[in-house]
Design a protein around this ligand. Structure first.
Ligand SMILES: NC(=O)c1ccc[n+]([C@@H]2O[C@H](COP(=O)([O-])OP(=O)(O)OC[C@H]3O[C@@H](n4cnc5c(N)ncnc54)[C@H](O)[C@@H]3O)[C@@H](O)[C@H]2O)c1
Length: 277
């Protein structure tokens, strides 16, 4: 979708943390899009990233459009770093209303017996434990604020098997973590939801997926397009903001319908549309 240009101050004055708020290359990844959109909607945004330069690029864009943000450099797979950085971010923000757990990525390729225990551990750390670490560190601050929402960026790989090993298992567990946290803290007014992206064209995908693979990604979904980072950002804003006050524990697909289509229809969509697109 086109970059958003109209904003409604939906989260005016709120404090937000977004993990993975830089982008891995040219273009806009979901963490960056989420940070830009929350800032444009009035939030002060703490930009968490391993890589200072990438996060600084996001900061520069937010500052150029009159928003407020600050960079916090660290590794969200490290529980100690999460605790320290969330404390610093909460001090700077003054109040923490929103946590977006966006960090995640495909782990080592190969079938299970071809990968090592260390590959598995790394995949679970980046796709699940990062969100656990950040949630544990942020909850005490979130409970003291008003908005109070956690949004986890999961994946359709956590709902349908893609043969991706620890990535799919980690994302499935992240969706269950979302439900557990929703139930655990609902009575305290803290909501927790997941966005479940399907085939999204981001810098990482542009780097690694072949044009053929991208074409298949487009053809296979009922809407016959790939999404982009703004699709994920808009869904995240909705689940983080006041309009979703009665929604918690949900896993919202942002996938062009790819998790709804049956295998035969998907096959026919690829074969049938191939002739014309
Ligand atoms: N692109 C897709 O098709 C797709 C589909 C489904 C789900 N997702 C999910 O969307 C999310 C965002 O993906 P993206 O490719 O747009 O990435 P992104 O561009 O949003 O995030 C990349 C940033 O994360 C930072 N980062 C990586 N590991 C980190 C760590 N341990 N600690 C702190 N920062 C770290 C990187 O330095 C980089 O700046 C991921 O959770 C991914 O699994 C993507």
């Amino acid at each position: 979708m086109p970059r958003p240009t109209q904003f409604h101050r939906r989260v005016d004055g709120w404090g937000a943390i977004v993990t993975g708020a830089g982008s891995l290359g040219e273009g806009i990844g979901t963490g960056k899009a989420i940070a830009l959109l929350l800032a444009a909607e009035g939030a002060r945004v703490a930009l968490f990233d391993l890589d200072a330069d990438r996060a600084e690029e996001t900061l520069a864009e937010i500052a150029a459009s009159g928003g407020e943000a600050r960079v916090f450099v660290g590794d969200v797979t490290d529980a100690g770093q999460c605790l320290a950085l969330v404390g610093q971010a909460a001090d700077w923000l003054g109040r923490l209303d929103i946590l977006v757990n966006n960090v995640g990525m495909g782990a080592a390729s190969g079938r299970l017996h071809e990968t090592s225990p260390a590959d598995w551990t790394r995949g679970m750390a980046i796709n699940l434990e990062s969100a656990v670490n950040m949630t544990r560190a942020a909850v005490p601050h979130l409970l003291a604020a008003k908005g109070r929402a956690i949004v986890n960026i999961a994946s359709v790989a956590g709902q349908r098997a893609h043969g991706s090993g620890s990535y799919g298992v980690g994302k499935a567990a992240m969706i269950q973590l979302t439900r557990e946290v929703a139930v655990m803290y609902g009575a305290d007014g803290l909501r927790c939801n997941a966005v479940v992206p399907g085939h999204i064209m981001t810098p990482l995908v542009a780097k690694f997926a072949s044009p053929d693979a991208c074409r298949t990604r487009r053809l296979i979904a009922p809407l016959a397009i790939e999404g982009d980072a703004w699709d994920v950002a808009q869904a995240t804003l909705f689940l983080a903001g006041p309009e979703s006050r009665f929604i918690t524990g949900a896993a919202l697909p942002v996938d062009g319908g790819v998790t709804q289509i049956g295998p035969l229809a998907a096959h026919e969509a690829v074969v049938g549309r191939s002739a014309t697109r």
